[in-house]
Design a protein around this ligand. Structure first.
Ligand SMILES: [Mn+2]
Length: 396
């Protein structure tokens, strides 16, 4: 692949950052606070804008309705704030799991008044999306049961179908609805949308604006994620990704920190489809990580740079050679095509791409010498002390 083509593909490769990735988060066992962590939507947007400033490939930030917006407050101010920091608002994520009424589920809850509560929240979320000019609502449900016999599984499926059909039809023209799945947690017996197949059925049934969202951490051990991705692209049902990595379950580790080859293979399937003429331009690349121990902005820059490197490597696969090896059923030659691209050092290429955008060659190094973290740590600690609190809402 020539350099111009690779650079054009990198130009089109945008990674959306999660507002919640800049806040203090933890595990069910506790939270370790960081002085520089963001605790308001203003601070989260400033951090996301900073990552974009150094990487040049994160023009959007995903928001979480419950953590980032106050009901009744004009959301357009948030879009203006993002513009001030050189970015836009991306996916709007409603929250169907934190409210006390959701103890036995949200849309799958047997209690109709709880389902109506969830419905109102979704309508508020659509209104927020319109106000911030976002075209994406990203849905994840914690719905499920913890004990055999707790509820009728098929009835819950029917309730999910009903909600998603209704919500799909409430979307504005041009909007899309992404449906995420997860095998378990917080439901430990059955989860109402447990895998990609169920997400596919629900999305297909809801309508054309609904697609499947693949969170790379939401799979049981050993699952072949690139197979799912290739399958969904071929069915035109892949809406996007939540990038992260995992060792055991939904660990929220940095993308590519455990198994970069697996992430590379996923990108390979996307590029294979693109080179075969499939339109992959609508796939949303989003990060969904909780940086419990790492400094938030540094962790995000590290993530984005890793995603760019793995994507570039996947672009570099010699597909003529690969097709030839496949036609000859030469397994070794075919695999070597992937391995040779994976082990290509793309750092110099990316540095050159950045130079063309007037960015520093090493985003992490440049960010570190900027002094941003020490400055916001001072400012944010002072603001928090003045407010009399430590941190704001976030998960765990
Ligand atoms: Mn996710």
């Amino acid at each position: 692949m020539d350099r111009d083509k690779l650079f054009a593909l990198l130009d089109a490769f945008a990674v959306e950052l999660p507002s919640w990735g800049f806040a203090d988060t933890g595990t069910r066992f506790g939270k370790f606070l960081q002085p520089a962590a963001a605790s308001t939507i203003e601070e989260k947007i400033a951090d996301a804008g900073t990552v974009h400033q150094y990487t040049g490939c994160c023009p959007r930030v995903a928001v979480h309705v419950l953590w980032d917006f106050s009901m009744g407050v004009d959301a357009t101010a948030t879009a203006d704030l993002a513009a001030k920091h050189g970015i836009r608002i991306g996916a709007v994520n409603p929250n169907f799991f934190e409210d006390q009424v959701y103890k036995f589920g949200s849309v799958c809850n047997p209690d109709e008044s709880v389902r109506e509560h969830a419905h109102r929240h979704m309508m508020d979320s659509i209104a927020i999306a319109k106000a911030v000019k976002s075209d994406t609502i990203s849905l994840w449900f914690a719905d499920g049961t913890n004990y055999p016999g707790q509820d009728e599984i098929a009835s819950r499926k029917g309730r999910m179908h009903g909600a998603l059909r209704q919500w799909h039809d409430a979307l504005a023209p041009g909007m899309k609805m992404l449906i995420e799945y997860k095998p378990f947690d917080p439901a430990f017996y059955h989860t109402d949308i447990t895998d990609w197949g169920m997400a596919y059925v629900f999305a297909k049934d809801a309508g054309r604006k609904a697609k499947v969202l693949v969170d790379t951490g939401h799979h049981l051990p050993g699952q072949n994620i690139e197979h799912i991705v290739a399958f969904l692209i071929d069915e035109e049902m892949l809406g996007g990704f939540h990038f992260n990595d995992r060792k055991y379950a939904d660990d929220d580790l940095t993308f590519g920190s455990i198994d970069p080859y697996a992430a590379f293979r996923t990108f390979c399937e996307i590029r294979n489809a693109a080179e075969a003429g499939k339109d992959v331009s609508g796939i949303a690349y989003m990060v969904d990580q909780s940086h419990n121990l790492k400094p938030k902005v540094e962790a995000m820059i590290q993530t984005v740079v890793m995603a760019q490197e793995l994507y570039a490597k996947a672009c570099l696969v010699d597909r003529g050679k690969l097709r030839d090896a496949q036609a000859r059923t030469n397994t070794i030659d075919a695999e070597e095509c992937l391995k040779s691209a994976f082990f290509t050092d793309v750092k110099a290429l990316l540095a050159e791409w950045r130079k063309g955008k007037s960015l520093e060659a090493d985003p992490l190094g440049a960010y570190r010498v900027s002094g941003y973290e020490a400055r916001v740590a001072r400012e944010r600690e002072a603001v928090r002390a003045a407010r009399g609190g430590t941190s704001s809402t976030s998960y765990a």
